[in-house]
Design a protein around this ligand. Structure first.
Ligand code: GLY
Length: 375
């Protein structure tokens, strides 16, 4: 076996699929794939919407992955026949009051300075795009280039594509095996020994807690909790035709089949995944301020997941200080968006190809301990 991927979220499966297509024999190991952050994610592919002050290299990476999405989806859907719900729907940021409007004007100037195409809209232009917006809305900003995908369908498609490419799946907890200063494989549940030339650590926020690894090669990821509500509108009478976002963290993501995802909290609560009454109240309150009819929908699910946060909010991808151990984690709020470019970077690493240049700033080396690899 050539490659073991630890983690079966969108990043792990994307890396496994691309590595298998590059000719590697691949095994994916995960104790509970249903806990993946990508199962909770809203699936916004939104480099323009998510652009943040001081994160220019991350924006370049986000754009590099965003450009890959149409071909990635086409190849995935052709290989599996599974529809991913990819939709070039755009995001509409909405101002509830004069302060929000001033904030959106600043955000607009900032995005224009980065060469991103976004458009400031009056209240009536916003309502022409989305008639369900609250009458009090004071204007907005359209990021027409932002897209979305349904992450649960994406996971189904990636699993099917992996299986078709010969990837094997093993359910269990992986502990890293290190021999003569090199990662040589994993032991699963303290029993099954899997050996490989490369181990890819794609276990999201659990990547910092893999047994058997020298502590100072593990990526500094931490869980950042996000609580999300899944609602249902009638497919014949959709709530929205764009992702609608507030000026802070709130968003309402409509899917073509009628699902509506309302997100999200951003909380530092360790590995807690409870869903709280406060979150349900605040998510619905904020969504209702933007789109009142959100309260007419059925509640389908309350769910909560753990984003892999890092000290600089950017992913950690590439060869670690331990030969044979490759990191593919720390994607924080952009794991779904960054799946194609991360998969290409990891496939290049394991097959000796050339990794996307935009990934260079995100090597694990930026967090390397000055004393080097521990024992
Ligand atoms: N990307 C949206 C979120 O993490 O909530």
């Amino acid at each position: 076996m050539d490659v073991i991927v630890v983690g079966a979220g969108s990043i792990g499966l994307g890396c496994a699929w691309r590595a298998a297509l590059a000719g590697a024999a691949v095994v994916v190991v995960d104790p509970s794939p249903e806990r993946a952050a990508s199962r909770v994610a809203a699936g916004m592919l939104a480099p323009a919407g998510e652009a943040a002050f001081g994160e220019t290299a991350l924006l370049r990476l986000n754009l590099a992955s965003w450009r890959r999405w149409p071909a990635f989806v086409a190849e995935l859907e052709a290989a599996t026949g599974v529809s991913t719900g990819y939709w070039q729907c755009g995001s509409l940021f909405v101002a509830r009051d004069a302060d929000d409007r001033a904030a959106l004007e600043r955000e607009h100037r900032f995005r224009e300075s980065l060469g991103l195409t976004v458009q400031l809209l009056s209240a009536s232009e916003c309502r022409a795009l989305e008639p369900g917006l609250a009458p009090s809305v004071r204007g907005g900003m359209l990021a027409a280039s932002d897209h979305q995908v349904d992450p649960r369908r994406l996971l189904d498609a990636l699993r099917a594509a992996c299986a078709a490419a010969g990837v094997r799946f093993v359910q269990g907890q992986a502990a890293l095996c290190v021999h003569h200063g090199r990662a040589t494989g994993v032991d699963v549940d303290g029993a099954t020994a899997l050996r490989a030339g490369a181990v890819v650590l794609a276990a999201g926020c659990w990547s910092a807690h893999v047994e058997g690894a020298p502590r100072d090669v593990l990526p500094p990821v931490r869980p950042v909790k996000g609580q999300v509500l899944r609602l249902r509108a009638s497919a014949a009478q959709p709530l929205l035709s764009h992702v609608v976002r507030g000026v802070e963290h709130g968003y309402i993501v409509p899917r073509r089949g009628g699902e509506v995802v309302v997100g999200s909290t951003v909380e530092e609560r360790g590995f807690d995944t409870s869903f709280t009454a406060r979150a349900a109240y605040e998510l619905l309150r904020d969504a209702h301020e933007l789109v009142p009819d959100v309260l007419e929908l059925d509640i389908v699910e309350l769910c909560s997941g753990l984003r892999p946060g890092t000290p600089d909010n950017a992913p950690i991808v590439g060869q670690t200080a331990l030969p044979g151990l490759i990191a593919a984690t720390g994607h924080y709020r952009n794991g779904v968006l960054l799946t194609p470019v991360t998969a290409d970077a990891v496939a290049a690493e394991v097959s000796g190809g050339e990794a996307p240049a935009e990934m260079a700033p995100f090597s694990p080396a930026r967090f390397a301990s000055p004393v080097g690899v521990g024992t």
